[in-house]
Design a binder for this molecule. Structure first.
Ligand code: SF4
Ligand code: SF4
Length: 557
């Protein structure tokens, strides 16, 4: 049902041209199975999943091919049936352009499913249910790709009052969530029911930008006959109103603290596509092997496709007709927060919500940047209440400490500041650079801290061993001192306990005697004809030496 609740504003935001109508006019189409799929093992935030198949192995659709490793991770599955032809480093869709470990799958064209076991989640232990989501590779499909089972377990200390389902989809050009809500609203709601079972929130809100009337109507209809309440709330169309923090602010007037999480204020937020995949995973036993992707921009027939994870981008683009000749790059995500793909041969993955074919006509090169004129328009547009111009100066001067003081890490890289800057300064790029510098330095610092810790530990170990040795010797000496006088030669020593010590002592004594005799036998040299004062001096020295020898002998005893 729709709730007439008050809405709140966040600061700033911009109104870029939407371009959504171009891909939202046609229904979702199932993309054909490609002959070869490249499935990256790191499609989520956290640890890379560990491969559990071999090259040459035959796999079924939905079969786990890489297992979640560590707590923050999610499993990866075969998107169709076929044969594993390679496990190697390949180009993946990532802003770094660096290759990553992938499993290459040659499709057998039969698309044979592995066994799918639907679950009656209401009878399941919450922890087992979350583990099932982890094994099914469920991650945030709004773009963040954070493993969902973790977000569904805020911990006993953090009660979730409000569960927010994000259907805002505020970036221009993207319509995959809009189409999903229009066509599969009931299934999204079934996913929300599972989330409700796991989190027991006091209220559930679905926020949808008011430029999606069909999606709002479909979700309202799907929520109308439930045994619990879900409020479908149209929110104003303003970018970045679909950012989790901004949507939370608009719907609840609450703001997560700087550096904190939304659970700190009793709110958790999931994308509509994530709710849908939770439903597929639990109610149908299907892991995340496909998603809806918008293919739009400089293409003949922009459209949404349900594509298998691992489908090459060029094959998706080809589904929209012959690629236009002036296409000069492909953007993954929206034009505000997306990034250029290193090639159109990389695979589409769980985070791929949109592929935009770009051309100089659609996305003209921005004019050369000029000097900052301190107009503060960037600050007025910033939805996080930052001072983008100050951040720019600090990042440019590599004054990273100051940039952090000015909350650099609260920047969500939405690009509103760059969008409004009359000097065409690519502000976000400066912030990304500053963040990456700080991370690199932090890594270096961690490495040197680790090396120092290791060195200190080694030193500590050496000192401790020295001390232990000294203590052992002292104990031995004390024991020797406390030992009874050795038996006189010929006297019986029935116990035999001190016979070793006595033998040692006798040997030392014999050595001392030998040394004395030797010394006595040696006549001092060069002492003939010395004046009496020199002789006296030598005698004194000899006397002192003798005294020292005596003392040394006493120590030994
Ligand atoms: S909008 Fe651009 S020119 Fe104006 S203050 Fe910000 S960075 Fe400077
Ligand atoms: S990119 Fe960062 S600094 Fe710029 S408007 Fe967005 S949040 Fe503010």
């Amino acid at each position: 049902m729709t709730n007439l609740r008050s809405l709140y504003n966040f600061n700033g935001g911009v109104h870029p041209p939407q371009h959504k109508e171009v891909s939202a006019g046609r229904p979702i189409v199932k993309a054909p199975i490609p002959s070869r799929l490249t499935i990256p093992l790191h499609q989520h935030i956290g640890n890379v999943a560990k491969p559990i198949v071999q090259v040459g192995e035959k796999v079924l659709k939905g079969q786990m091919i890489a297992q979640a490793e560590g707590y923050v991770s999610a499993s990866v599955h075969a998107s169709t049936s076929g044969t594993v032809s390679a496990i190697e480093m390949l180009s993946v869709p990532h802003p770094s352009g660096l290759p990553d470990l992938c499993i290459v799958l040659e499709s057998d064209g039969e698309d044979t499913w592995a066994e799918r076991i639907p679950l009656n989640y209401r009878e399941m232990d919450l922890s087992a249910l979350r583990n099932r989501l982890r094994d099914a590779g469920v991650v945030g499909l709004g773009g963040a790709v954070f493993p969902s089972f973790i977000k569904l377990n805020p911990g006993p200390q953090q009660k979730i009052q409000t569960l927010i389902i994000n259907g805002a989809e505020c970036e221009p050009w993207i319509t995959c969530d809009d189409m999903l809500m229009r066509e599969r609203a009931d299934e999204i709601v079934q996913g929300i029911e599972i989330m409700r079972y796991l989190m027991r929130p006091e209220e559930i809100l679905i926020g949808i930008e008011d430029n999606k009337p069909e999606a709002i109507a479909a979700m309202q209809a799907a929520c109308s006959n439930l045994h619990f309440q879900i409020d479908v709330i149209p929110v104003p169309t303003i970018y970045p109103g679909g950012g989790a923090k901004q949507l939370i602010k608009v719907l609840t007037n609450k703001e997560p603290p700087s550096g904190g999480r939304s659970t700190d204020i009793g709110v958790q937020c999931f994308n509509v596509a994530t709710a849908y995949s939770i439903h597929r995973a639990i109610n149908h036993g299907e892991p995340v092997i496909s998603r809806i992707v918008t293919v739009t921009g400089n293409v003949t027939l922009p459209q949404n496709f349900e594509m298998l994870i691992g489908t090459p981008v060029n094959e998706l683009v080809a589904l929209t007709g012959t690629p236009k000749a002036d296409t000069n790059r492909y953007i993954m995500g929206g034009p505000m927060m997306g990034f250029d793909l290193p090639s159109d041969r990389v695979p589409a993955i769980k985070a791929t919500n949109c592929i935009i074919a770009a051309s100089p006509r659609l996305f003209p090169q921005p004019p050369a940047p000029m000097q900052c004129i301190r107009c503060t328009r960037c600050a007025q547009a910033c939805p996080v209440d930052l001072q983008p111009q100050e951040l720019y100066w600090f990042a440019r001067a590599k004054n990273l400490g100051k940039a952090q003081e000015y909350f650099l890490f609260d920047c969500i890289e939405c690009g509103c500041c760059s969008y409004v800057c009359p000097s065409n300064i690519p502000l976000v790029q400066y912030y990304r650079f500053a963040k990456s510098e700080i991370w690199a330095r932090e890594k270096e610092k961690q490495a040197s801290d680790l090396a120092r810790e290791r060195h200190e530990f080694r030193q500590l170990r050496i000192d401790r061993e020295k001390q232990e040795r000294a203590e052992k010797l002292a104990k031995k000496a004390a024991a020797a001192k406390a030992a009874p006088t050795p038996a006189v030669e010929g006297t019986a020593n029935p116990s035999g306990i001190d016979s070793d010590a006595a033998a040692k002592k006798a040997a030392i004594q014999a050595a001392i005697e030998r040394s004395k005799a030797k010394k006595a036998g040696i006549a001092p040299k060069n002492v003939d004809n010395l004046p009496p004062d020199k002789l006296k001096e030598i005698q004194n020295i000899e006397a002192r030496r003798e005294k020292i020898r005596e003392l040394a002998q006493k120590e030994i005893e």
